[in-house]
Design a protein around this ligand. Structure first.
Ligand code: NAD
Length: 364
């Protein structure tokens, strides 16, 4: 039996006016989870469930609050009928993740009653979403089905959105040759980074790549036309036009920024700026930083279409087919270009412009 209690974190530094925060516990399976609903003005709060070995509950609170706020901004700027929320499960070394634990998590979501809808995040899989779906319908990220043919792994669509942003921003800022021969650095050749490399290779870009996984690098060398491999610590120092962080967050910080030579930073990794002030430092250096939550929204767009197809509702005002979904992902390029142009006109960092634009959507 999953116990669900609403908790008060209004004193927390990351609180930011969250609508509701819940603690969910099931002693039998070892489930201990927090669900944060930041804002539901535009629709149910959709965001992934992170399964992670937090050292204590306070760390889990900070993470869930920060992540759920980010989802509100991401969905608003992607033009989705969704609010922002997120959940975390504290990994318990004595009671590892089981399908029973995920079902207990689903039971808790059912009690919350649709205010929050979950999906995959770090540490959770499509299989986990299937387990959750045994006890609630408030779950997306399920395998494709007759009801929801657009479901499935969203990573290639995240990559497509990042690619559109790279293409449209570099075109707007001087690269009229559609990236042919332009040097682009990608840090992290995983599900998103590798697909991004393929898009850039198809346009004739010269790739400078780094990953801790040598297999991915060797595969890239075999498959793409122009590949230079450097160490992960050195990627940000390369003389490239575009730097695409596609591994971990926090890579844009006091140590790396003075060494960055790229003109444009555009990649999928979440929370690339170590702190908000780093957006201003990049702006003052004349480096165009495309806000991560704007350019990596392809995945949430795909998950949103899949979810609404699954529950048989259509809040989009157009047919929920692949063509319209891809058109929305392509718009990421337009939105990113608009943010970068406004940043130049108003002499303000891109992350501040993006936040203002998102707030104009979800606060009105
Ligand atoms: P992934 O786990 O498939 O790939 C990450 C890659 O980074 C791996 O190849 C890994 O070896 C490499 N890596 C890890 N640590 C590294 C290091 N220190 N230096 C160099 N390489 C390192 O992840 P993904 O799904 O491709 O996601 C990449 C980033 O994009 C993540 O930050 C993720 O949160 C974000 N993101 C992903 C999606 C999506 O749809 N997958 C959506 C939005 C945001």
């Amino acid at each position: 039996m999953t116990a669900v209690t609403e908790i008060d974190l209004s004193d927390h530094t990351e609180f930011d006016g969250h609508e509701k925060i819940f603690r969910m516990e099931d002693k039998a399976t070892g489930l201990l989870s927090f669900v944060a609903v930041h804002n539901s003005n535009l629709g149910p709060a959709l965001g992934g469930c992170r399964y992670y070995a937090y050292t204590n509950e306070a760390d889990a609170h900070s993470d869930v609050l920060r992540l759920s706020r980010g989802m509100t901004y991401k969905s608003a700027l992607a033009g989705l009928p969704l609010g922002g929320g997120k959940s975390v499960i504290i990994a318990n070394p004595d009671k590892p993740k089981t399908s029973e634990m995920m079902q207990a998590f689903g039971e808790g979501l059912e009690k919350i009653g649709g205010l929050y809808v979950t999906a995959e995040d770090v540490g959770t899989t499509e299989e986990d979403m299937v387990s959750i779906s045994n006890s609630t319908s408030y779950v997306s990220g399920l395998p494709p089905s007759d009801k929801s043919p657009l479901s499935g792994n969203p990573s290639p669509l995240t990559a497509q959105g990042v690619f559109c942003a790279v293409r449209d921003v570099t075109n707007a800022f001087g690269e009229r040759d559609k990236l042919a021969g332009v040097k682009c650095g990608i840090l992290g050749l995983g599900a998103v980074g590798y697909s991004l490399a393929r898009y850039l290779d198809e346009l004739g870009a010269k790739l400078v790549l780094a990953d801790i996984n040598d297999d991915a690098l060797q595969r890239a060398k075999r498959e793409f036309s122009s590949v230079e491999i450097v160490s992960p610590d050195n990627l940000h120092r390369q003389d490239v036009k575009v730097f695409a962080p596609c591994a971990l967050g926090g890579g844009l910080n006091d140590k790396t920024i003075p060494e960055i030579k790229a003109k444009v930073i555009c990649g999928a990794a979440n929370n690339q700026l170590a702190e908000r002030r780093h957006g201003k430092i990049l702006h003052d250096k004349g480096i165009i930083y495309t806000p991560d939550y704007v350019v990596n929204a392809g995945g949430i767009i795909a998950v949103a279409y899949a979810y609404y197809a699954q529950i048989g509702e259509n809040p989009f005002g157009h047919e929920m087919n692949r063509e319209n979904m891809v058109a929305k992902i392509e718009k990421i390029g337009d939105t990113t270009r608009e943010i970068c142009l406004r940043s130049r006109e108003e002499d303000l960092p891109t992350n501040e412009i993006a936040d203002k634009m998102a707030e104009a959507v979800f606060l009105n």
